[in-house]
Design a protein around this ligand. Sequence first.
Ligand SMILES: Nc1ncnc2c1ncn2[C@@H]1O[C@H](COP(=O)(O)OP(=O)(O)OP(=O)(O)O)[C@@H](O)[C@H]1O
Length: 253
Amino acid sequence: MSALAFEEVSYQYPSEDFDIIDRLSFQVEPGSFHCIIGASGCGKSTIFRMTNGLLAPKGGTIRVDGTPIAGRKGYCGYMPQKDLLFPWRSVGENVALPLEIQGGYSRKERRERAEEALADVGLPGCGDKMPQELSGGMRQRAAFARTMLTGSDLLLLDEPFSALDFLTRISMQEWLLDQWRRHHKTILFITHDVEEALFLSQSVLVVESTPIRALTEIPVPASDPRDRSCLKDPAMVELKEQLIALLRKQVAV
Ligand SMILES: Nc1ncnc2c1ncn2[C@@H]1O[C@H](COP(=O)(O)OP(=O)(O)OP(=O)(O)O)[C@@H](O)[C@H]1O
């Protein structure tokens, strides 16, 4: 059974006169890691907003673990580009937010679960700090810990590292692959960075045109576990150029 399935899904923004997503179908296998790439404004985040239930499709069905998402809650974790940690709450209170929303956890339990999640992402003992006291990479780890506490097996990560400096970004990529291997989650990750997509993905899902009628799945010829040296393999270098050419073509249209 697929972790996520779009079946003939369409979406039209009320202010627009066309469907930005037009009868789109695709499937994602449980435990897989895919990056979605495509030109700016092509509709990648719209796919996430429908998957997480923020936008209701005009037509078609979205299934998570085989069941339509309509009316469901807590079936996916979503991490936007900006970490959106509330500045007036401690890091621990931010991380524990999904438990607060779900209900049924005492303050002590929430605190303990948040501390465990923070330790798991390499931020032990940071629960009492305020978000402003953390670096950009630490904030993204805290935001990831909060996403993990949703308890969902499907994680939607929308350009989570785009605001980070290059070195922090590549260490966060390695860190994320490690998290994925340890937790066996299904991850969809939007990025504009073709190298990031190749390093992280088992296959890259390319948006070739808008309206989005299909995602072109391109397998990545690198084994797991992998390190950054895989990016120097001739097959990867060639694929990188192919992907850049595909994206350029879209911008030129
Ligand atoms: N609320 C809205 N109302 C009308 N149009 C919208 C709305 N939100 C987004 N759009 C438009 O829909 C298109 C797709 O937006 P979306 O955010 O999904 O693109 P994207 O591929 O994620 O872009 P980027 O890579 O720049 O983040 C864009 O042209 C955008 O201007």
